[in-house]
Design a protein around this ligand. Structure first.
Ligand SMILES: Cc1cc2nc3c(=O)[nH]c(=O)nc-3n(C[C@H](O)[C@H](O)[C@H](O)COP(=O)(O)O)c2cc1C
Length: 207
């Protein structure tokens, strides 16, 4: 009987998740030998708003973009490429493609599937033409990690992640733009976010 109940719960959970496998997908190790200098990346950084639908971002590029956004650069201490207020490590980055949305796990260097919905159109909102970008990185701050000034700290931490994404995209010859615009209600619903998970910025990325 117990076995049957457990099986039904498992099936219901799978059904609720749109039948997706919940196993994390391993990313390639970020290739830190990239030759671009910081001054070159700063010189190239700009907002671009037109993206080719048929030119994907590779997993190798994605791995570097995510590492720049909030990856670990001091594994012995578990510290990040971005500073975060009181070292709250509140920044979460979601990878949004035609196949669905996954959450970046910096420690394991993996992507955990969240939904199989394509949320690029709700992310683009009124700037519909941007939904052609093959990938959007969505920056969320987990405000529950702060005891005070949560909204300020969350927004500031997101700014660092966004700037690092801008610079890494420029270094990789990719285009992006930091965007505050998005259909917040639709995105929150699709990802099942809590009230304390603040949508900060999104980055369409491509060529
Ligand atoms: C917090 C923030 C929010 C932004 N939101 C949007 C947005 O929703 N849509 C958009 O097209 N650009 C957005 N931008 C990009 C700015 O419009 C852009 O940085 C500015 O026009 C200067 O151009 P540049 O980035 O090429 O220097 C945003 C920039 C920041 C910093």
């Amino acid at each position: 009987m117990m076995k049957k109940i457990l099986m039904s719960v498992a099936l219901l959970t799978l059904f609720a998740m749109g039948g997706m496998a919940q196993e994390a997908v391993r990313l390639p190790q970020p290739d830190l030998s990239l030759g671009t200098t910081l001054t070159e990346a700063l010189q190239k950084r700009r907002s671009d708003r037109m993206f080719q639908a048929d030119k994907p971002v590779t997993d190798k590029q994605l791995s570097l973009l995510l590492w720049a956004a909030c990856g670990i650069n001091r594994p012995d201490k578990g510290l990040l490429t971005i500073p975060t207020a009181i070292n709250a490590q509140d920044i979460e980055v979601y990878v949004c493609t035609a196949k669905g949305v996954s959450l970046y796990n910096p420690k394991a260097n993996t992507l955990t599937p969240v939904t199989d919905q394509d949320i690029r159109l709700p992310l683009a909102e009124r700037q519909e033409n941007m939904a052609t970008a093959p990938v959007f990185l969505l920056i969320v701050s987990d405000l529950s990690r702060f005891r005070s000034n949560a909204e300020h700290y969350g927004a500031m931490d997101a700014g660092y992640a966004s700037q690092n994404i801008c610079l890494m995209a420029a270094a990789l010859g990719l285009k992006t733009v930091p965007r505050a615009m998005m259909n917040r209600k639709a995105v929150v619903e699709a990802l099942g976010l809590k009230e304390t998970q603040a949508l900060e910025l999104n980055h369409p990325i491509g060529y």
